[in-house]
Design a protein around this ligand. Structure first.
Ligand SMILES: [Zn+2]
Length: 286
C-alpha cells in the first residue's frame, strides 16, 4: 500500500474502533497519556486530526537520557501541533524514580520488575491527574501487539482473570473516582503505528525503554512475532478470540464492590492499592 492510502487506512481504523466501542462521545475531554514514543504520539496526532478535544500528559519517570529526550521531543511536537501538554515529575509525586524503587526493593530481596512498577505508578498518577484536570477519558497508545502480549502473558503466568481489565475500554472498576481508559489504537499493529509515525516524521525515539530489555514481555513479543511470520493474521485471531470471552471475564471479576484504598483513597479492588503496597514496601526497607 502506498503511503497516502495507508495513512487513510490507519485513521479510518482508529475512527471505526472509537465508534464501534463508543470510546469517545460528544462532550468528552480526552487526556492522552504520552511517553514520547511512536504509539502515543500517533494516538495524540490522530485523535486531534479526527477533531476530538485532546490534551497530552507525560510522566517523567527519570530514566536518564532516555526520559530527557522523550520529554523534549513531545514538548516540541505538542507546541508545533498546538496541543496543550501537562508534565508530571515522578520524583515530585512519590519522592523516588522508578529505577530507584526497583533497585531498593530488589536489594532487599523483594522481587519486582521495573515495567510493573512503572505501569502501576503510571496508572495511578494518570487517574488522579485526569480527575484534577476534569478529563472524562484517558487515552493511551496501546496497540494490538501490546494487547496480544498482555493477554498471552496473563495466560502463561496462570492469571487469566487479570485480562478482565483489558479491552478497548480498560478497567473493571465502576467508581466515580475512576476515569475510564481507552485504547484508540487497539486494532493497529505495532508495525503500522511505526510506519505512520515515520511517514509523518514525528520526533520520537524508536528504541525501546532501556529498562524493559530484560523483561518477560520481550520474550513473549519475540515469540508472537515469530508466530505471526509463519501464520500471518495470528495476532488478530488471538485478539478476536479474546474479545469474545472478555464479557465473561469482566462478569467474573465485577462481583465485589469497588473499594477505596485505605491509605490513599484511590479506587482499588483490594484493601491497599498497589501503589501503596510499593511505597509501603519502600518505607519498610529503607
Ligand atoms: Zn493507595
Amino acid at each position: 500500500m502506498d503511503d497516502e492510502p495507508f495513512v487513510r487506512y490507519l485513521e479510518d481504523k482508529v475512527k471505526s474502533t472509537i465508534e464501534k466501542y463508543g470510546l469517545i462521545g460528544g462532550g468528552d475531554r480526552v487526556l492522552v497519556a504520552v511517553s514520547g514514543g511512536k504509539d502515543s504520539t500517533t494516538a495524540l496526532y490522530v485523535l486531534k486530526k479526527l477533531g476530538y478535544n485532546v490534551e497530552g500528559i507525560i510522566i517523567d519517570h527519570l530514566l536518564g537520557e532516555y526520559s530527557r529526550k522523550n520529554l523534549s521531543n513531545i514538548q516540541s511536537f505538542c507546541s508545533e501541533c498546538g496541543i496543550k501538554l501537562h508534565v508530571v515529575y515522578m520524583r515530585e509525586e512519590y519522592g523516588y524514580s522508578t529505577c530507584y524503587i526497583k533497585s531498593v526493593l530488589n536489594s532487599k530481596g523483594v522481587r519486582v520488575n521495573q515495567c510493573s512498577i512503572c505501569g502501576v505508578m503510571r496508572r495511578s498518577i494518570l487517574n488522579r491527574k485526569a480527575r484534577e484536570l476534569k478529563a472524562s477519558k484517558i487515552a493511551t497508545g496501546h496497540n494490538l501487539d501490546d494487547e496480544v502480549q498482555t493477554v498471552l502473558m496473563n495466560m502463561l503466568k496462570g492469571n487469566v482473570y487479570q485480562s478482565a481489565r483489558l479491552g478497548p475500554r480498560a478497567g473493571v472498576l465502576d467508581s466515580g473516582k475512576f476515569v475510564p481508559r481507552i485504547k484508540p489504537l487497539y486494532f493497529c499493529l505495532e508495525a503500522e503505528t511505526e510506519r505512520y509515525s515515520r511517514i509523518h516524521d514525528f520526533p520520537v525515539v524508536y528504541e525501546p525503554c532501556p529498562c524493559s530489555l530484560d523483561s518477560f514481555r520481550t520474550h513473549v513479543k519475540k515469540l508472537l512475532n515469530g508466530l505471526e511470520e509463519e501464520n500471518p493474521g495470528v495476532k488478530y485471531s488471538i485478539i478476536n478470540s479474546f474479545l469474545e470471552i472478555l464479557p465473561d471475564l469482566k462478569a467474573h471479576e465485577s462481583g465485589g464492590a469497588v473499594k477505596e484504598c485505605e491509605a490513599c483513597g484511590e479506587p482499588s479492588s483490594r484493601r491497599l492499592c498497589r501503589v501503596c503496597e510499593i511505597t509501603g514496601a519502600m518505607r519498610s526497607v529503607s
